[in-house]
Design a protein around this ligand. Structure first.
Ligand code: NI
Length: 255
């Protein structure tokens, strides 16, 4: 169930059954010659909704702009600074924690978010750790709701690795991958693009800022050949990866 399609009374009733919530987080950034700008946000949302359905879990709003400063050399890319994203994650978690949610499972579509979102979790935990036991109304920090957070990268699930090896082998790469482009083509078949890839497989390597990135990876891809992407592959990937992510969510709730 999507949070934004619930009434407050429905959310209150759900909270009596489960205090867990899934939060999709992605990015709005270039994805090479045939990949959609929204690829990472779309993938996170597709998987979060699928897991929400499979587990009858609540799914919060998608954070669809992430930490993507290195992509700003390409038109349409947007970023939040790390400090901004930390503040966004923290405020969202604490808003929901106020109502009694205490298990926050982020399904992530963008590798560039990981360090920053993990830092946001540390900020959230630090707030509780730094509180004096006798603060507030005397209830004590030990009795206060203590949020627990996790971030799960969909492409690192076992099924995602297996299918990527089977379908694309060494042409998967690490940015604008045929796997992620396939998932978006499955979700939005009207937005499928085609483009020449030159070279067929993009170069690999590291980068620092957006100027450095563009000079090393002129068409935006890293190590990938997304011309191999298809909606049919996307369907297979979504169907195979969703049970892995659902199992990860169940384990998280049970921890
Ligand atoms: Ni991506």
């Amino acid at each position: 169930m999507l949070l934004h399609l619930c009434t407050w009374a429905e959310v209150e009733a759900r909270l009596a059954r489960s205090t867990g919530i899934i939060l999709p987080i992605g990015s709005t950034e270039q994805h090479g010659p045939n990949g959609l700008i929204g690829t990472d946000a779309i993938c996170a949302e597709v998987f979060a909704r699928a897991v929400g359905e499979a587990e009858d879990a609540l799914v919060g709003p998608t954070i669809n702009v992430g930490m993507a400063q290195h992509h700003l050399g390409f038109a349409g890319s947007m970023t939040l600074r790390p400090t901004t994203l930390i503040a966004v994650v923290r405020d969202m978690v604490q808003s929901l924690a106020r109502h009694g949610f205490d298990k926050f499972f982020f399904i992530n579509g963008h590798g560039g978010n990981v360090a920053t979102v993990t830092a946001a979790f540390s900020e959230i935990y630090a707030e509780h750790s730094l509180r004096r036991p006798d603060d507030g109304n005397g209830s004590g920090a030990s009795n206060a709701l203590r949020p627990r957070c996790a971030i799960k990268n969909w492409w690192e699930s076992e099924a995602a690795h297996r299918l990527s090896r089977e379908l694309y082998g060494a042409e998967e790469g690490s940015h604008a991958t045929p796997s992620e482009v396939s998932v978006t083509y499955y979700a939005y078949p009207d937005a499928i693009k085609s483009a020449e890839m030159s070279p067929r497989v993009a170069p690999s390597g590291r980068f620092t800022d957006s100027t450095d990135y563009r000079s090393r990876f002129p068409d935006g891809r890293i190590g990938s050949n997304p011309a191999l992407a298809s909606a049919e592959h996307g369907k297979r990937i979504v169907e195979a990866v969703t049970p892995d992510l659902a199992a990860a969510y169940r384990r998280f709730l049970a921890e």
